[in-house]
Ligand binder design. Structure first.
Ligand code: MN
Length: 268
């Protein structure tokens, strides 16, 4: 598809955006958790290979190693803290063109946010699953999920911070909320979304290894060339509609995902 000529965009739109950010008519909300050694990373049981936690190693700090400058080496798995899942992350998405962090068209990192609030249900049931019926009820109240949208589930799960309750691991796997397997194809195929965002460590529910299909959010979302955003926070500061989410991952060549800073522009 040919790019729209720049002249088609009214210049007032960008001027109003900047003015709103500068004067406070638009609030910028940080949906990102801090990235540090204690940042929680998903734990896979053996024999699956583990992902490294975040680490920071000082190169110099205004000392003999570098008298005028401070900098660090960093290391971590791509799927650490608040992070982006690219379609290539899952075997079902491996054959799409432009499915990695470096070659996804950049306009697909920005879209309107549809925030589905199920915090109460997730508080009552840690294994709560978002069903198609709940999404359809949301659409009755707020309108149909528009094209190019980020669908974010607000569970308030991020309020568990970096404590044990965040992963909520048990002998039978983790117990954290997520998507009902039948809801995922509805969002992925019947709505033209960019992807989904969650407050838990991954986009699938803690018990999703036992679902049919296994890990439906990864299997079907990435199998439909859609994205995931995991370990989001501050979703309680977003309205159901009206916010814009900006979520570009690092441009890692052939990356399956990356930690990122996720921002939401919210009308005041
Ligand atoms: Mn991930």
């Amino acid at each position: 598809m040919a790019a729209q000529p720049a002249s088609k965009v009214p210049s007032e739109a960008l001027a109003q955006l900047v003015s709103g950010i500068v004067t406070g008519g638009i609030r910028v909300v940080d949906l990102t958790v801090p990235l540090e050694a204690s940042t929680v990373t998903i734990q896979l049981p053996p024999p699956f290979a583990p992902s490294a936690p975040f680490s920071l190693q000082e190169i110099s700090r205004y000392d003999e190693r570098g008298p005028g400058w401070y900098w660090n080496n960093i290391a971590c798995g791509e799927h650490t803290g608040t992070h982006f899942d690219a379609p290539v992350h899952w075997v079902t998405g491996k054959d799409y063109p432009n499915n990695s962090t470096h070659n996804i068209p950049v306009d697909r990192f920005i879209g309107p946010a549809c925030v589905i609030d199920v915090a109460k249900q997730a508080q009552e049931n840690v294994d709560f699953l978002l069903t198609q019926a709940v999404v359809e009820e949301w659409e009755k109240q707020h309108g149909r999920i528009p094209p190019h949208a980020w669908v974010l589930i607000r569970t308030d799960w991020s309020k568990h911070g970096t404590g044990k309750k965040f992963l909520n691991a048990g002998p039978d796997g983790a117990h954290t909320p997520g998507f009902d397997p039948k809801c995922v194809p509805f969002l992925a195929k019947e709505r033209d979304i960019l992807g989904v965002g969650v407050e838990t460590v991954g986009t699938d529910a803690g018990q999703a290894h036992s679902f049919d299909p296994m890990f439906p959010c990864h299997t079907i979302m990435h199998g439909s060339n859609k994205f995931g955003l995991a370990s989001l926070t501050n979703l309680d500061q977003l309205p159901p509609t009206g916010a814009v989410v900006i979520a570009p991952p690092l441009k890692i060549v052939n990356g399956s995902g990356s930690p990122l800073r996720v921002l939401a522009l919210v009308p005041v």
